[in-house]
Design a protein around this ligand. Sequence first.
Ligand code: IPE
Ligand code: IPE
Ligand code: MG
Length: 257
Amino acid sequence: MSLKDKIDVHQLPVHIAIIMDGNGRWAKEKGQDRLYGHYHGVQSVRDIVEGCAELGVGYLTLYAFSTENWDRPEEEVTGLMELLVDTIKKEVEALNKNNIKLHVIGDMGMLPDYAKKELQDAIGQTAKNSGMNLVMALSYSSRWEIAEAIRKIAIDAKKGDLEPSLVNQQTLQKYLCTSQFPDPELMIRTSGEYRISNFLLYQLAYTELYFTSVLWPDFRKEELYRAIIDFQGRERRFGKISEQLEKEMDKRKEDSL
Ligand code: IPE
Ligand code: IPE
Ligand code: MG
């Protein structure tokens, strides 16, 4: 039985988020420069996007470039930005063939003009697709996103469009740049680091976290299947106790009879 066959397709995580980490170390192991690692990381992106779409995952969010990554050496930032934008442009055809809709979250204001334009074009060209949603987190950081949401809430409250005393979790959710997406159910981080690095801090509240020491350029479909199988073996309690969950499950079974 292959790993893929062990996945229960009725219990798939609706939304998978991935911190794609380890390109630099992968390249260093091979005596190459960091961009060589990023270049090979793109192959993993292709493989994982395809793997998720084949399985029927609804949303895949990929952390490709953080706000803090702007502080890397200029050469790496420029090379990485060109690679990311170039790849997105080249992949539009494949995205359309697979009915995948592209979204981008992050501080687009920080991107060079050519990148903004290419991204807008790619988003427009895949806008009508109704299959998997691919969310690229580019120039993204969670603290930036939350601060932006609060800024916009304050502006709307001042304008009189929002009643301050009624601001609650639903309001905040509406102002986040992920408002159209459900929270991730599974978050994967590659490369053996056990941290979140400013990624979806609010949205990960009840997400199952999966850490693997595999470096991103080596993370392919088989590794994805492993993560999903691990996810499917977990009990998600959302603050309740096991017995309550069992009762709820029995009730659901009764109701469906
Ligand atoms: C992940 O790989 C890609 C980005 C953060 C853009 P890294 O470039 O962080 O690789 P390591 O962590 O240095 O190995
Ligand atoms: C996180 O990786 C950001 C992305 C994968 C895009 P980093 O390599 O930047 O994270 P740290 O610096 O190890 O926390
Ligand atoms: Mg890293």
